[in-house]
Every structure is written in structure tokens, then in C-alpha cells.
Design a protein around this ligand. Structure first.
Ligand code: AMP
Ligand code: ZN
Ligand code: FE
Ligand code: FE
Length: 296
């Protein structure tokens, strides 16, 4: 189990131990497998004090998660995960405490989702040209109303027997180097940061160690992000040390989370596998509150 600082398993927690939070999870509103309610119940089972609902380009799951959270006594942190294009990479940016009830925000992310559906169709076409019998109807019925993502396309590839698992789907077809990969809508890091901040949110670079290119991270910092996701399942000890240093040098907040997709990745549920002490969330929350107050 890879964990954030001073972590402990839920079953080994003593009353004096700090509360732990997992600030990065997906639901069926993007490419996760849990409903918002299931996610919250799972978070409670795993001994978390709070869980961040951070769907790709979607905020529709937040309200349901918060209602469920109130029932079981788990704090639900509203968030969104946007994709930005910079220095040739697809850089993910988390927006914590964005005003998810704002209709303009909803319209903006809906626009991105519409583009995601179009992109899904383009990927399906490329796969068909490669002789694979996947259809857009199949992908749509897997995604339902969610933000269509490559995991849905990957599942369709598994369902038609073109690949045995997700990893193979990405490796052979829809990974960044794959023949059927289609990039997403191009949002610059500046647009991402501005969008998040204009809706009262706190902008955090998701999994900075996964881009293989710190130029992208530097540019996001230059664009004014507030923090870095230091603890993530795809980060090794070297990444953690490196981005902690980055954060200290640039006076940035530090967050962490499991990026749980509810068992969609390798059939495993990662929720709570990466968790950080509550103080990290407290700092994010404090900044978001200050931002709200200055906007008023
Ligand atoms: P998209 O936003 O549509 O480009 O899809 C990106 C999502 O695909 C990520 O958030 C992961 O959930 C998933 N993903 C990316 N690479 C892989 C991989 N190699 N195996 C399984 N899932 C992956
Ligand atoms: Zn995802
Ligand atoms: Fe991501
Ligand atoms: Fe994610």
C-alpha cells in the first residue's frame, strides 16, 4: 500500500491519530465505476475523514455525494479534473471547491463533455478502420450520461474481444502513442487556472510525476496553480520528494489521493490507498474560503 505522510491502515488507527483524507476519486459521472453514494460508503468503510469527488469535466456527482456524506458522516470535497494541453502533454488540473452549482460552470464543463463525445466517435472510427468491430452505441451505453473517456472505449474493446484487459487496450490502441488515440480539447494551463479561480476554486496540478516532462509542470506553476498533487499511486518515492521540494520552493499547497476509479484500473479499488493527513485539506479549504470572501 502506497500512502501519504504519517499514514496508517484504517484498522490500525488509534483515536489520537490524525484524520486522513483521499482527495482524488472518480464516479460514474466520468469514468469511475462507483455511484457517488457507493463512493462515500466505501470512503467510510476505509476509515477516511473526507473524500474528494474529482470527475473529469463533470460536477454532476458532487451534490449526491455530499448528501450521502451527510448521512454517513464523511466530508465530501467538491472538485473537478480538467485536462490541459501544454508542452506536448495532457496535463490534468484539479479544481477544489469550485462553485459547482453555478450554471455557467455547468455549461462550460458540458461543452467539454460534448467535445469528449465527439472525440470518442473519432476514436471509434479509427478503431473501425483498423478492423475492430466496436461501435459508438456500445461506448455510449457504457458511459451512459457520463463524460466519455478512453476507459469506456477500452471497455468496449474488451467486450468485443479485441483485447484481454484495459492495459492492453491502452498499450495497443488508445494510449498516447496508440493508432486510435485522439487528443482532447485543448485548454491551456492558463485557461484551466483562470477557470478554476474564477469559480472560487483552488487549482492543483494532478499527478505531476506522470507527464515525463517537468516543463509542463513549470508552465502550470507559471500560470498560477495553487498546489501540486504530491501523493498519487503513480508516484514513486523520488517523485514525492521532488514535488514536495517544488511545492516548498514555489510556496504551493500539497495534496494527495488515490485517483480511484472504483476498480476500473487493473480491477482494483484504490480508494484510500493514497491518503494524506487532514491538514492538507484544511489548507486547501482555507485558501478557497479566502478566495470566496475576496470575491464578495
Ligand atoms: P481520457 O480522459 O479520456 O483521455 O482518459 C484518461 C483516463 O484513462 C485516465 O484518467 C485513466 O483513468 C485512464 N487510463 C489512462 N491510461 C491508462 C492505462 N494505461 N490503463 C488503464 N487506464 C488508463
Ligand atoms: Zn479517469
Ligand atoms: Fe488524471
Ligand atoms: Fe483522476
Amino acid at each position: 500500500m502506497r500512502t501519504g505522510p504519517r499514514s496508517s491502515r484504517p484498522d490500525s488507527r488509534r483515536p489520537t491519530d490524525p484524520a486522513f483524507v483521499d482527495l482524488h476519486a472518480h464516479t460514474i459521472f466520468s469514468d469511475g465505476l462507483f455511484t457517488p453514494e457507493q463512493l462515500v460508503v466505501e470512503a467510510q468503510r476505509r476509515g477516511l475523514a473526507a473524500v474528494g469527488v474529482a470527475d473529469h469535466d463533470a460536477v454532476g456527482g458532487i451534490e449526491r455525494a455530499q448528501a450521502a456524506g451527510r448521512q454517513v458522516g464523511i466530508e465530501v470535497v467538491p472538485a473537478v479534473e480538467l485536462s490541459c494541453t501544454v508542452a506536448g502533454v495532457d496535463l490534468h488540473m484539479l479544481g477544489y471547491y469550485i462553485d459547482y452549482e453555478d450554471p455557467d460552470l455547468a455549461a462550460f464543463v458540458k461543452n467539454i463533455r460534448t467535445y469528449r463525445a465527439e472525440r470518442g466517435r473519432l476514436m471509434v472510427e479509427k478503431l473501425q478502420e483498423l478492423g475492430i468491430k466496436v461501435t459508438m452505441d456500445q461506448v455510449r451505453s457504457l458511459a451512459k450520461d457520463a463524460a466519455i473517456g478512453r476507459p469506456h472505449v477500452a471497455q468496449a474493446l474488451i467486450d468485443v474481444g479485441a483485447v484481454p484487459n484495459m492495459e492492453e487496450a491502452f498499450r495497443r490502441y488508445i494510449g498516447y502513442e496508440g493508432p486510435a488515440y485522439v487528443p482532447k480539447k485543448k485548454l491551456s494551463p492558463q485557461e484551466g487556472v483562470d477557470f478554476i479561480k474564477s469559480y472560487g476554486g483552488v487549482a492543483v496540478v494532478a499527478h505531476p510525476g506522470t507527464y515525463g516532462n517537468d516543463d509542463a509542470v513549470y508552465q502550470a506553476i507559471a500560470a498560477g496553480v495553487d498546489g501540486l498533487e504530491v501523493w498519487h499511486p503513480d508516484h514513486n518515492a523520488h517523485n514525492v520528494t521532488r514535488y514536495l521540494e517544488f511545492a516548498q520552493k514555489n510556496n504551493l499547497l500539497t495534496t494527495g489521493g488515490s485517483d480511484c476509479h472504483g476498480g476500473r484500473k487493473q480491477g482494483r479499488i484504490f480508494l484510500g490507498d493514497v491518503r494524506v493527513p487532514y491538514e492538507h485539506l484544511a489548507a486547501v479549504k482555507k485558501l478557497a474560503q479566502e478566495r470566496r470572501e475576496t470575491k464578495r
